[in-house]
Ligand binder design. Structure first.
Ligand code: PLP
Length: 398
């Protein structure tokens, strides 16, 4: 049968395509998802909730469509949604922002980050990125034209070496990208670490972009601290967040960037010409979500803690060395005991022969060799509410 969407392979060779795009591969996580589907495997590579989104938020979206909130919202975000973000940010951090000048609503945190990078980067600018890093940060840097300076987070507790961090900053540094709670390590940055980052940002007069999408997924008493709350950081931090993970609506594509007015002004211009705006009815429903009571977030953390425990138990029983995460919903593991030449070969073996998909660690490093002994698993689908959770309990042969 003819494929529904044949790849124009020959056509591609006729044109000189973007050199920048040639510098990165397609998303490894999405590739693993495709392999999982093709092999009918349990997908522990991508954070797909296998449980329903909250009924209230779905009803709010239905109501918004029925009420004909179906046309373009204001480019940088519907007013009621920006007001809800402002109220939530004030409640979480004690910081009062101006929703007219300091928020840009985008299509997920993905676009928030890309628009931010495009808004701030000039040729020659450097951006400090901790590695292992969430895979988007690499292409974000390349597309925006930034030169990345990677700083290692070291297992088992994923601390960085303060001297190495200091050495990565200099006169060309435009920003640091931080992700706390962290994908893929589960690290939650502590106040002392954030203070070191703050001191360097102030010293070199650069921005911090902080991706806080997992802010509510915390375990073992870990505390989430927004970098913007540290003295000296309010006016140099872009805080990125989204509805995706906190409300289990990754497909809605609604996120936002909170930034000082002049930075917001530039982000809004990039955002406008990239996407015009995020889905209007879903922004309306997002305003409802952001007003959920405290219990919602407590239950969220409790449920994710149970998933983490379940997956930790399975992985440890199967022979993986686990680095226990304190936040987010990923578990980084050491696979050196399994005798495979590298993480990609092992990931392919797991998905085709065992029926479970995970993410090869090399995809989180600039030099793949540094991630060859690692593999990351998402505990998102460990609720046991879906038949898909079943085969994950199969033993992985050593
Ligand atoms: C650290 C981090 N940031 C951003 C995203 C993507 O967020 P969104 O769906 O809001 O674009 C993910 C998704 O896995 C992530 O892990």
């Amino acid at each position: 049968m003819k494929p529904a969407n044949p790849q124009p392979i020959e056509a591609a060779t006729k044109f000189e395509l973007s050199h920048k795009v040639a510098l990165f591969t397609e998303s490894v996580i999405r590739e693993m998802t495709r392999l999982a589907i093709a092999n009918k495997a349990v997908n522990l590579s991508q954070g797909f909730p296998d449980f329903p989104a909250p009924a209230e938020i779905k009803r709010a979206a239905q109501d918004a469509v029925a009420a004909d909130i179906n046309q373009y919202a204001i480019t940088w975000g519907a007013k009621n949604f920006r007001d809800a973000i402002t109220a939530k940010w004030a409640e979480r951090t004690g910081i009062t922002i101006d929703p007219e000048r300091e928020i840009t609503v985008c299509c997920g945190s993905t676009e928030s980050l890309m628009s931010t990078m495009m808004a701030i980067i000039n040729p020659g600018d450097e951006v400090v990125i901790f590695e292992p890093f969430y895979e988007n940060y690499g292409p974000d840097g390349i597309i925006s034209g930034a030169t990345p300076r990677f700083v290692k987070l070291h297992a088992p507790d994923w601390r960085f070496d303060p001297d190495e961090l200091a050495a990565a900053f200099g006169p060309k540094t435009k920003a640091i990208i931080l992700n706390t709670p962290n994908n893929p390590t589960g690290k939650v940055f502590e106040r002392a670490e954030l203070e070191l980052i703050r001191d360097l940002c102030v010293k070199w007069n650069c921005l911090a972009i902080t991706d806080e999408i997992y802010e509510y997924m915390l375990y073992d008493g870990a505390e989430h601290i927004s970098l913007a709350t540290l003295e000296g950081m309010r006016d140099r931090t872009v805080t990125i967040n989204a509805l995706s993970k906190t409300y289990g609506v990754t497909g809605w594509r609604v996120g936002w960037a909170i930034a000082p007015p002049e930075v917001t002004f530039a982000i809004r211009k990039c955002h406008d010409f990239l996407t015009v705006g995020a889905a209007a009815p879903l922004q309306d429903a997002g305003a409802t979500a952001l007003r959920f009571p405290h219990d919602y977030y407590t239950k969220l953390a409790t449920d994710y803690a149970a998933r983490r425990e379940r997956l930790l138990g399975i992985l440890e029983k199967s022979g993986f060395r686990c680095y226990k995460p304190h936040g987010a919903y990923y578990i980084m593991t050491d696979i050196s005991g399994f005798g495979f030449p590298d993480d990609v070969a092992f990931a392919k073996h797991l998905v085709t022969e065992i029926g479970v998909a995970a993410v090869p660690g090399s995809s989180f490093y600039r030099d793949p060799a540094h991630g060859r002994r690692c593999m990351t698993w998402s505990s998102m689908t460990m609720a046991g509410s879906s038949p898909a959770a079943g085969p994950a309990t199969r033993a992985v042969p050593a």
